[in-house]
Design a protein around this ligand. Structure first.
Ligand code: SF4
Length: 304
């Protein structure tokens, strides 16, 4: 079976605040099958948002594609030109709700006008009336009251409703894959809506970038843990939450994701060595490779 999404050894460069280039995503590989909800977790700066953007193929500077492949339903997105990517992939095959999406809603345009732009940019031959009916029907389908919401402005939305409207607009084209980057920090109406659109088959699979272990545990079928641009552990949710094997996963799950852990981006040692309580002298000499430990992938030669 061809996976819905296949990411192979993806490398993306970015620039830090001093303008220095670094690998924001360094050799990440994973697959996503229909029906799955993959959680991607890690501290701030671990590379989750860069990866989320990279998987769509639509990269904003300073992020750039260095090497590796992203295939959606078997087709490479890096083979497409910008216009084909925009027309036939973004919004239809894959959609990203980035961090701070709520703040980027146009504050002084009615929600209905913004939603109309989204639909008609994908279906230029659709009349405004047809597009409006499609939007109304979608809002009703997912349990949002269309008339009052669509006639309002983003600035009038309550904190509870704003992320739900963002989800409704992002999924108007029924993307097969929806990536949600820290839209909500807690389980609640927003997560319930995401599950609803999945059960209604508006989207087929979800990727949730989250630092909340409760969200990961409750909603994800699999979890991948990111550290300094790499996946360091990947497996079924129970394995990762109940019995993490990588020292980085153990620390962020038990001590919280906001603890500052010094990391390195060297290619010649384990990137977690400077913060790892189990580091051995050879951890500073060898780049770690993924290996299978207790039925999941772990990038630590001492994990058991
Ligand atoms: S390879 Fe060594 S430093 Fe890296 S996580 Fe494993 S034990 Fe820690």
């Amino acid at each position: 079976m061809i996976p819905l999404l296949k990411v192979e050894n993806l490398k993306l460069h970015s620039r830090d605040s001093d303008g220095l280039s670094f690998l924001a995503v360094d050799g990440v590989s994973f697959e996503l099958n229909p029906g799955e909800i993959l959680g991607i977790t890690g501290q701030i700066g671990s590379g989750k948002s860069s990866l989320a953007q990279g998987v769509t193929g639509f990269l904003r500077a300073p992020l750039s594609h260095t090497s590796g492949e992203v295939r959606i339903e078997g087709k490479s997105i890096f083979d497409l030109d910008a216009s084909s990517l925009r027309c036939s992939v973004l919004g239809k095959k894959i959609a990203l709700i980035p961090q701070n999406a709520i703040l980027s809603l146009p504050r002084f345009r009615k929600i209905k006008d913004f939603a109309l732009d989204v639909v008609r940019s994908h279906y230029p031959n659709m009349t405004a009336r047809e597009a409006g009916e499609r939007i109304q029907e979608r809002f009703r389908q997912i349990g949002l009251e269309p008339n009052s919401l669509l006639d309002g402005y983003p600035s009038e939305l309550t904190p509870l409703l704003a992320p739900q409207v963002v989800i409704a607009v992002a999924t108007l084209m029924n993307p097969a894959i929806l990536i949600v980057d820290e839209l909500t920090s807690q389980p609640g109406p927003c997560m319930d809506l995401l599950l609803r659109i999945k059960s209604q088959e508006i989207v087929r699979s979800l990727i949730l970038c989250s630092k909340n272990s409760e969200v990961l545990k409750k909603f994800c079928t699999r979890i991948a843990v990111m550290c300094a641009g790499e996946f360091v552990e990947q497996g079924a949710t129970e394995q990762i939450i109940e019995d993490p094997k990588h020292p980085y996963t153990q620390i962020i799950l038990h001590q919280g994701m906001d603890k500052i852990l010094p990391l390195t981006r060297t290619t010649q040692s384990c990137r977690f060595a400077s913060s790892c309580p189990h580091a051995q002298p050879d951890c500073y000499l060898v780049r770690q490779l993924m290996r299978t430990v207790a039925d999941r992938d772990v990038k630590c030669m001492y994990a058991q």
